[in-house]
Design a protein around this ligand. Sequence first.
Ligand code: ARG
Length: 450
Amino acid sequence: MKTEKTITGDVDPDVLEYTVGDDPVLDMDLVRWDCLGTAAHVTMLSEMPVEPPVVTKDEAARVRAALASVVADKTFVVREQDQDVHMAVETRLTETLGDLGKKIHTGRSRNDQVAVDVRLHIKDQLHSLTAELADLASALVAFGRAHDRVPMVGRTHLQPAMPSSVGVWATGHAEMILDQTANLEAAYKINDACPLGSAAGYGVPLPLDRKRTSDLLGFERPMHNVFGASMGRGEDEAALLSALAQLMSVLSRLAEDMILFSMPEFGYFSLPRAYCTGSSIMPQKYNPDVLELVRSKTAQVLGLATAALSMLHAMPGGYNRDLQDCKGLYMKGLSITRTTLRILAKFVRGMGVDEAKLRAGFIPGVFATDVALRKVASGTPWREAYHQVRDNLEALSSESPDAAVAAKTHAGATAGLDYGIYESRIALVVMQTMKRRAEFEAKMDALFTM
Ligand code: ARG
């Protein structure tokens, strides 16, 4: 029988291809994190109170230097016979360091190794994603500020409902987006724990210092239970994907509003022509393809989250190879969500406002509720006022959109928007993200240079 040679034995080529799957491509995003995880593990091994030492302090320093050069090596690749980044790095270290390279996997399994890689990768990605989310929110708040009191018909069931404003529209979307930081923060917290030392999911008979590796890698804490640490693989990615799915669904509503209100029939907003694509047959066309794709990408991220949860449901405890397939799901989800945040920020910043079209949308009925409430203010019971207005809708044609916008002064309404609330929420998210990223990067730098 024809077989392929791997670190863990000779394998049928079709079996190898099927089990390796997309790892050689996907794992390229994990190279840096795999090397850092190994640097922390080997450093801890060199400090372990055993005689003779598994690796000496000097050997650990040589391993860290070799790992740093793997990260710097632009030609480093994961080949199919390596199976994944973990074995590719071990093979490389054995080539460069000889027998010392063969020691780095002491007290480890690829199960805790890949789990730590994924967690470091997710943490890094979440720093960028959170900054991108804050940037989109800030674009919306600036758009709202610039057109704060410009009257805009508020809709329910898509039908004209009550007087509103561009400020309310824009900051309403900003608030929904900012609220999603709570879900992302939950995913961040679940992710901020170190599975290292759980090995295959049942620990090892060596005095590993799990707190030490966790600290070296900048995690908030080690995951305590070794079996739990192995089951965190997949659950961690699913928590992230669930947060991304809801964020994308919030973004798709913004995109849909932008499509609707930039249609010529509304014309409230306009998109720069360069942001739209034309038609090969209809010379007049400028289509908002990007915004349409936000809808389809949202469907994809919902699918990715569902795929991860479906994969996990009723999976037996402990490592199962199914978990490998979670990798592509979360990576794709992150990539789609991040590009969507960035392109939407660009669209919001480029969007124009047509005040005349916005005012033209104020058909008399839009003022009905406000006028009925004025009657209440002069003593008419609500239901009577409601019927008086309903029976005499023509009388509303002299109402002014600007006066209606100015009349709603309570918190969060057309004349009661506090932009400072949004600006300080955004500033807080930006500051926390910058601080976290700086602390994280300092830990990572220190590992290779210690
Ligand atoms: N590439 C594998 C994954 O992503 C690494 C872990 C393999 N572990 C195992 N027990 N076969 O899941």
